[in-house]
Write a protein that binds this ligand. Sequence first.
Ligand SMILES: *[C@@H]1O[C@H](CO)[C@@H](O)[C@H](O)[C@H]1NC(C)=O
Ligand SMILES: *[C@@H]1O[C@H](CO)[C@@H](O)[C@H](O)[C@H]1NC(C)=O
Ligand SMILES: *[C@@H]1O[C@H](CO)[C@@H](O)[C@H](O)[C@H]1NC(C)=O
Ligand SMILES: *[C@@H]1O[C@H](CO)[C@@H](O)[C@H](O)[C@H]1NC(C)=O
Ligand SMILES: *[C@@H]1O[C@H](CO)[C@@H](O)[C@H](O)[C@H]1NC(C)=O
Ligand SMILES: *[C@@H]1O[C@H](CO)[C@@H](O)[C@H](O)[C@H]1NC(C)=O
Ligand SMILES: *[C@@H]1O[C@H](CO)[C@@H](O)[C@H](O)[C@H]1NC(C)=O
Ligand SMILES: *[C@@H]1O[C@H](CO)[C@@H](O)[C@H](O)[C@H]1NC(C)=O
Length: 658
Amino acid sequence: MFHRSQLLAVIFSVIALVHASCLSFKFPNFQPSDEPSLILSKNSKLYLEAIQVTPDIRGEIADYSGRAFYGKPYRLWTKSQNRTAEFNTTFVLNIKNETSPGGEGLAFILTGDTTLPENSAGEWLGIVNATTNGTSHPGILAVEFDTRQNSDEDGPNNHLGININSINSMMRVSLQDFGITLSSGIDVMIRVQYAEDVISVFGSMNRSADMKTLLISPPLNLSSYLPEEIFLGFSASTSNYTELNCVRAWEFYGTQIAGDGPKLLWVWITVPATLVILGGVIFFLLWQRKRRMEMSEEAYPRIEDQIQHSSMAPKKFRLGEIRKATGRFSPQNKLGEGGFGTVYKGFLRGKEVAVKRVSKDSRQGKQEFVAEVTIIGSLHHRNLVKLMGWCYESRELVLVYEFMPNGGLDNYLYDDDEKLGCEDGLILSWKTRHSAIYGVAQALDYLHNGCEKKVLHRDIKASNILLDSDFTAKLGDFGLARTIQKRDETHHSTKAIAGTPGYMAPETFLTGRATVETDVYAFGVVMLQVVCGMRRGNQYSQADEYNNNIVHWVWELYGKGKLLAAVDSRIVTEIEEERVEVVLVLGLACCHPNPHHRPSMRSVMQVLTGEVAPPEVPKERPAFVWPALPPSFTHGADSSLTASQLVPFLGVGEVTGR
Ligand SMILES: *[C@@H]1O[C@H](CO)[C@@H](O)[C@H](O)[C@H]1NC(C)=O
Ligand SMILES: *[C@@H]1O[C@H](CO)[C@@H](O)[C@H](O)[C@H]1NC(C)=O
Ligand SMILES: *[C@@H]1O[C@H](CO)[C@@H](O)[C@H](O)[C@H]1NC(C)=O
Ligand SMILES: *[C@@H]1O[C@H](CO)[C@@H](O)[C@H](O)[C@H]1NC(C)=O
Ligand SMILES: *[C@@H]1O[C@H](CO)[C@@H](O)[C@H](O)[C@H]1NC(C)=O
Ligand SMILES: *[C@@H]1O[C@H](CO)[C@@H](O)[C@H](O)[C@H]1NC(C)=O
Ligand SMILES: *[C@@H]1O[C@H](CO)[C@@H](O)[C@H](O)[C@H]1NC(C)=O
Ligand SMILES: *[C@@H]1O[C@H](CO)[C@@H](O)[C@H](O)[C@H]1NC(C)=O
């Protein structure tokens, strides 16, 4: 989706492109990872945090030449304009002689062709060879740091020269006069500045000096000698006189000529024309999209507006960023899949995250998306999975959560051969299970009673309870259960009921409504599963939903006075029988067929902490009667329950005022 800010960004980047651009880079040293951003000739290497322009192989460094360039070209001038770019670059050379004097030298070069000329070792410094010396093809400027005099034509040992298309300098200066010895193995700092058709070279062997020593400064119109687009770099060579030619650091800042210039008519014509055309295209796309959206989802306001209007909207991420974080939603990063979409593991802004990519084309998905972002974004609790941000772009709905390294609670509870997601056979101890139950109870109590608005989760189940690195349980997955349309409030269809079979209170099938009590029921089922373990196949068969489930089974054992027989055989040895019984009885109380008899989450908490005894539960599971009769008496702690019973379905969000 094009957004106003994106439109502006496009316009500004077009303006920037036309107006001015620059090239800048900085290598405080050279690491192997810098290699992709450089163009190195065959014998040049990154080694010892430096560019070794000629090889550093003891005893075998004679008669080499080499070149190293920054990987991106630099636009120096254009035909259409009467001006050249300006730049400023600083580098640190370290040349260590192995003969006396060291040979042959190193040069800072600007040229259109990065290839190292053949036979450019020895006196040629990798700048030219006998064939290309003195010819204007391909065009090269060199600031040479020559350590050895080759011939009468060449300068003295240890000199600096400016060369154009030739090994002979058009201007040179002896560095002895400035106290600089190039091939001493000591760092030499050099700054080359090009501005207003003058190239100036400053230098010092004192790293803390301010580089004010001007060594040479000839006027030079680079556009007369060099192609429009050049590469910047270094060349060097050795002969039977040898040295190590290193560049230890390099930074560059330069303006580029790309078509700048209010003086020029064509800019004034092409820029507005481009903008008008671009703007036209964008507005056409926007209009088309809007029309499509209006046609497909006229009933829903734009997602973004809905989310932005909610006061505590979490962070909005860019789709590009999320794609990058998940390796373009790579299947390798997939954590899980559900009716709503797919969850991926990602690495975003230095953190591990879980990224939920909601399936496209799901109209319900969008409602639930808004619900999840607005509700969860405003909730903060230790036992709720934290929503870090969201994204809605290019029809992609994405939610970003904190990453829960230990996955879903269900993975640890199955007591069968499959042991899904639990390859290492890790068994949760009774202590961990109890703290998971207590943590989730706290989170639910917070949702029901603790936050500004009453929030119903509506899809509490073991797989929606996630474990972080220290096995703290957190409730996740809000709002993405299937919902019933708000409009159909009077005609509930049981097929559209939210929730997961096996966790749904019996009255749900008649009323189709989520309430505080249906959340409590589902929590009760989770409590029983955590204590008893889960058995695949029998509990969740939907054929006889009401009778064939864990609640029925535990209640029967309770009736026979054999409650402890229900406990997961894997933790039987470590349990404290009394506490386990309390949890099981509390679980049954939560799963009371009559919603009015279920305890509130507040009461559940009090029982779990041992403040209060568990509610009394009849030995035989009471029949499900509807409409449920209100309790003849009211438990003090549970009085709020009757006031909040049967909160009508609200479709989006399931939030009701208190
Ligand atoms: C370019 O500018 C220089 C001075 O800035 C001027 O001397 C020269 O005549 C100009 N050339 C053209 C073609 O405009
Ligand atoms: C180059 O850098 C020096 C020192 O940082 C600064 O004084 C000078 O103005 C710069 N020149 C250009 C053309 O950027
Ligand atoms: C390097 O050069 C210096 C001065 O020119 C000289 O004294 C020294 O012996 C040379 N080093 C080697 C290894 O030849
Ligand atoms: C100089 O270099 C060019 C290009 O690499 C090559 O074609 C030519 O043969 C070389 N000349 C000599 C004398 O090696
Ligand atoms: C290189 O070319 C220049 C002309 O640009 C010439 O004067 C010089 O002698 C040549 N150098 C060598 C070593 O051939
Ligand atoms: C290096 O430069 C600093 C600042 O200009 C000066 O204080 C110091 O004495 C110089 N060191 C040498 C060895 O010249
Ligand atoms: C530099 O050289 C180019 C091409 O020879 C010329 O068009 C331009 O006017 C020159 N600039 C100056 C300032 O002399
Ligand atoms: C390099 O070779 C030249 C000529 O062949 C010779 O004069 C010189 O001494 C040699 N230099 C070294 C360091 O071997």
